[in-house]
Design a protein around this ligand. Structure first.
Ligand code: TXA
Ligand code: MG
Length: 316
């Protein structure tokens, strides 16, 4: 009935790893819930994750790693994270860390934030898949947005169907709830999501109180919790069909006079993959001090894109 479900045999894990390398989507078991994975280096594949989930916004994704060393490449050095990783990884604990300068992470994976979210899952299939792919795997839970997280391969297939190339079947997830998310970007550790590892266990280990977030990262109880997305410094005008001469014009689809085009063929996944990089490029222009962007359809991935640029344009 579900032709994209494959038992997690070594051969099938190898095939799945090849698909990740080629820019495909693979659903895989972890100890918490199934993840919908793509290479963290492939913007189009990451855009396809958002499309498959039908997410109306770009949420930051967890980068799944198999070796602690990856932290050094992506995240600013953090003693607490290293100590916690040594104790609880692989396991259902996710860190939000400051992004290291010149890190190779994609803006789309981080949703344009200056943070990177990382975990090492405690499941042999997940770890093998990451190792064989040779890249960290960006993955949210493998379900449509606003629906319950999947704990079996069949749940994934029922929720996402043909949108996933390969669903690796590793049986039911043992933990069954998502990982605990700990924000370590401030001196005070903050719990962003309760999950597989209890708050008290972490407090005991760190020997400090952990603040509990009110659960809405866009309406923080303390200012440090605000999701700070990348917004251009240059004023951004959106839904523009005719740009002014002093505006750097980012086009979409058939578009006269665009300096850069998110997707000449009006492909929303291609456009989403380019969005953050183009905003940065536009910002770096010295001969233009303003940015204008063509209208982007408010369907599919276009919804998340419009949410993002609307907020970026409000910053000024
Ligand atoms: O157990 C898990 O964590 C599973 C498995 C697949 O690893 N993954 C998972 O990912 O639950 P996801 O994307 O469904 O949930 C992660 C949550 C999202 O609500 C996201 O907005 C939040 O974590 N998040 C990620 N990075 C964040 C950041 N830098 N700041 C605030 N919230 C963040
Ligand atoms: Mg989820």
């Amino acid at each position: 009935m579900f032709e994209n479900i494959f038992k997690d045999t070594p051969e099938n894990i190898k095939k799945a790893a090849e698909l990740i390398q080629k820019g495909g989507l693979v659903a895989f078991p972890t100890e918490t819930v199934y993840g919908l994975g793509a290479s963290v280096y492939n913007a189009k594949a990451v855009a396809a994750i958002f499309e498959a989930k039908g997410r109306p916004t770009f949420n930051p994704l967890i980068s799944h790693i198999a070796e602690v060393d990856f932290l050094k490449e992506y995240a600013a050095q953090d003693e607490r994270a290293l100590a916690l990783a040594q104790k609880f990884w692989p396991g259902p604990l996710t860190f939000v860390l400051k992004r290291k300068e010149n890190n190779p992470a994609l803006d789309l994976v981080c949703a344009g934030l200056n943070t990177i979210t990382v975990r090492m899952p405690n499941h042999p299939t997940a770890l093998k898949l990451i190792k064989e792919s040779g890249v960290p795997i960006a993955a949210p839970s493998a379900n449509r947005s606003q629906t319950i997280s999947p704990t079996t391969a069949k749940h994934v297939a029922e929720s996402l169907g043909e949108k996933v190339g390969i669903i690796l079947d590793g049986g039911a997830c043992k933990v069954g709830v998502e990982s605990t998310i700990l924000d370590l970007t401030h001196p005070q550790a903050v719990l962003l999501r309760a999950g597989g590892i209890a708050l008290e266990t972490l407090e005991d280990f760190l020997n400090e109180k952990i603040e509990i977030s009110d659960g809405n990262p866009n309406k923080p109880s303390s200012p440090g919790q605000l999701l700070r997305h990348y917004a251009p410094n240059h004023p951004l005008r959106i839904n523009v069909l005719t740009p002014e001469p002093d505006e750097f014009y980012i086009g979409f689809g058939k578009c006269e006079g665009a300096h850069l085009n998110l997707s000449e063929t009006a492909d929303l996944a291609e456009a989403a993959a380019n969005l953050f990089a183009f905003l940065r490029k536009a910002d770096e222009q010295t001969e233009f001090e303003k940015i204008a962007m063509a209208p982007i359809p408010k369907t599919g991935l276009g919804l998340a894109m419009n949410d993002r640029i609307k907020r970026a344009s409000y910053q000024k």
